[in-house]
Design a protein around this ligand. Structure first.
Ligand code: 5GP
Ligand code: ZN
Length: 109
């Protein structure tokens, strides 16, 4: 069995309160939120990072994230995909961070 934590969440082996779910993806609150609203949107299929995703899948995921963020965060939001060591990726299953509920600063840390 996969040891990937997000595969387990996608398979409902680890319960989360989903804020969105369909056949291909699921969104839930980050366990260590960096903003008042901090959601993660993941594909159910194990894809290690953004470089490994197909254009079609990435396009669908991005559009879903934007729709979800527009619904949850009408005052604005930030979408983040950390990738690799310098990118700060700690879970090696593709995920989009949806951050909002406060003004974001720039540059990011
Ligand atoms: P990364 O650093 O890879 O971009 O983001 C991984 C994110 O997953 C982190 O923000 C971390 O808090 C979150 N995370 C890690 N494990 C879990 C978990 O078991 N449940 C939830 N809800 N979030 C998790
Ligand atoms: Zn996985």
């Amino acid at each position: 069995m996969s040891e990937c934590i997000f595969c387990k969440i996608a398979a409902h082996q680890i319960p989360v309160k989903a804020v969105y779910e369909d056949e291909h993806s699921i969104a839930f609150a980050d366990v260590n939120p960096q903003s008042p609203t901090h959601l993660l949107l993941i594909p159910k299929q194990h894809i290690a990072n953004v470089n490994a995703g197909s254009a079609e899948m990435l396009g669908h995921l991005l559009k879903k994230a934007a729709n979800l963020a527009e619904r949850e965060l009408p005052d604005g939001f930030r979408l983040v995909i950390n990738t690799g060591g310098d990118g700060g990726q700690t879970v090696h299953h593709l995920h989009l961070h949806i951050l909002g509920g406060r003004p974001m600063t720039w540059p990011p840390g």
